[in-house]
Design a protein around this ligand. Structure first.
Ligand SMILES: Cc1cc2nc3c(=O)[nH]c(=O)nc-3n(C[C@H](O)[C@H](O)[C@H](O)COP(=O)(O)O)c2cc1C
Ligand SMILES: [Fe+2]
Ligand SMILES: [Fe+2]
Length: 404
């Protein structure tokens, strides 16, 4: 049975949620599920903004069938060609053979790559700033390459002042009836997943997100309709400000995250001792993660949130412990910048992890390394407590100086 929600007079959400999928993109755990949003506008011409993942295809077609009610579908706007939004496109074309597909030149290339249906005579190729009127509504297409794929664009409806933002402003998390961000406790219930979604999926492309934000903020926007998660119609500035920070790699919070890798518990011991020393110096809300337990996507997301990051690793086969290496590579590939770093290493015969972790992080812009690097040769000795105290004090000193 159809399940739609009205957004504006003639604009509807026609998407669906998947609470069964274990790994989004076959990588990211999504315990809160995920939604695939698509939007239908019933104007003089009918226009659909994006389709959905295969997982929610049957419900999506029921939704369309119900709202179109014997009308034909005139246009499909393809803001993003990734299969979580396009896997149902060929079925859509089969059901609505007269539909015209609106996309840019890269979109059209990708349609041909993914599908075998006949594209000729079916596509309307648009360029930056092109407009399409459906009667009361006029849609403007703005290219947003690499937010998340090269063909990505966003679509602005001037009559409702809605921005159809593709993956931008999206988040993991199923829609539980409450489609609008103002109907949920977004800062407490959703923000960690929104941050994890942004940082892992688009975090690498901060510059391109900045370009998109510049275009978007020059428009008068009353609502943001992303492809995943809640629709924004209130307090947009709050969420846009988060995007401004994330995309410029500015820490969101003045906070310390300690990520450690430990086999027998000695490096863990040093990480916890450091945290206690920090707490004694009035540092609040410290986060500690065991990189073998917590998914790298969460640690990456926390690294984008926190101003101060401590990495503690055992030496493993002459290098960094494997799970820590994965986390650091993730941080490296996502281009994190502007952080203050502390390092703890351990090794029973030739500790190497510290230097190698430093080298990985050195390649990133504006990373400040704190002294001392604490080196354990198996376990923490009484003589080393002072060193851990020194690292704690160095964090506190730079913490107080940090002006976020
Ligand atoms: C498979 C394996 C490989 C290791 N490779 C090294 C090494 O290359 N260099 C070194 O100094 N220690 C190496 N170690 C030893 C650990 O780094 C060391 O025992 C450390 O104290 C473990 O800290 P933990 O108690 O936090 O696990 C290795 C240990 C294991 C299990
Ligand atoms: Fe995507
Ligand atoms: Fe997506």
């Amino acid at each position: 049975m159809y399940n739609v929600r009205r957004i504006d007079e003639d604009t509807f959400w026609v998407g669906g949620s998947d609470r069964r999928l274990a790994l989004f993109e076959n990588v990211f755990p999504i315990p809160r599920g995920v939604s695939y949003n698509a939007y239908l506008v019933l104007d003089e011409k009918t226009i659909l903004l994006d389709t959905v993942d295969r997982a929610v295809g049957p419900r999506f077609f029921e939704n369309l069938n119900h709202l179109l009610d014997e009308r034909k579908l005139d246009y499909l706007v393809v803001n993003h060609m990734e299969p979580d939004h396009c896997a149902t496109m060929s079925e859509l074309v089969r059901r609505y053979p007269e539909v015209k597909i609106v996309g840019n030149t890269r979109t059209i290339t990708m349609i041909r790559q993914f599908f075998d249906f006949d594209v000729e005579g079916r596509v309307i190729e648009v360029q930056e700033g092109d407009k399409l009127s459906t009667g009361r509504h006029t849609f403007t297409f703005l290219l947003a390459p690499m937010v998340h794929w090269p063909e990505t664009m966003v679509t602005y409806d001037a009559s409702t002042q809605a921005l159809y933002s593709a993956d931008a402003f999206g988040t993991f998390g199923a829609i539980n009836g409450n489609l609008f961000a103002d109907e949920v406790d977004f800062p407490n219930e959703w923000l960690p997943d929104a941050r994890r979604y942004y940082t892992n999926i688009v975090g690498k492309y901060g510059l391109q997100v900045q370009v998109m934000l510049k275009k978007a903020t020059s428009l008068k926007i009353r609502s943001i309709c992303p492809l995943h998660g809640p629709v924004w119609r209130e307090n947009l500035g709050w969420f846009i400000e988060k995007y401004m920070r994330w995309s410029q790699y500015i820490p969101e919070d003045r906070a310390v995250m300690i990520a450690y890798a430990s086999i027998y518990g000695n490096t863990e011991n040093a990480a916890e001792m450091l945290a206690t020393r920090l707490a004694e110096r009035q540092i609040r809300n410290i986060s500690i993660y065991d990189v073998s337990v917590t998914h790298p996507s969460i640690i990456l997301s926390e690294a984008f949130r926190c101003s101060h990051l401590v990495f503690a690793s055992t030496t493993y086969n002459g290098g960094i412990f494997c799970n820590m290496e994965t986390v650091l590579r993730d941080i490296q590939t996502h281009n994190l910048q502007n952080r203050t770093i502390g390092i703890i290493q351990n090794g029973s015969w030739a500790p190497m992890a510290g230097r190698q972790m430093g080298e990985m992080l050195c390649s990133l812009k504006n990373m400040a390394f704190l002294e001392p690097t604490v080196t354990l040769k198996s376990s923490v000795k009484t003589s080393q407590i002072a060193e851990i105290e020194q690292l704690a004090q160095a964090i506190v000193d730079s913490f107080q100086a940090a002006n976020l």
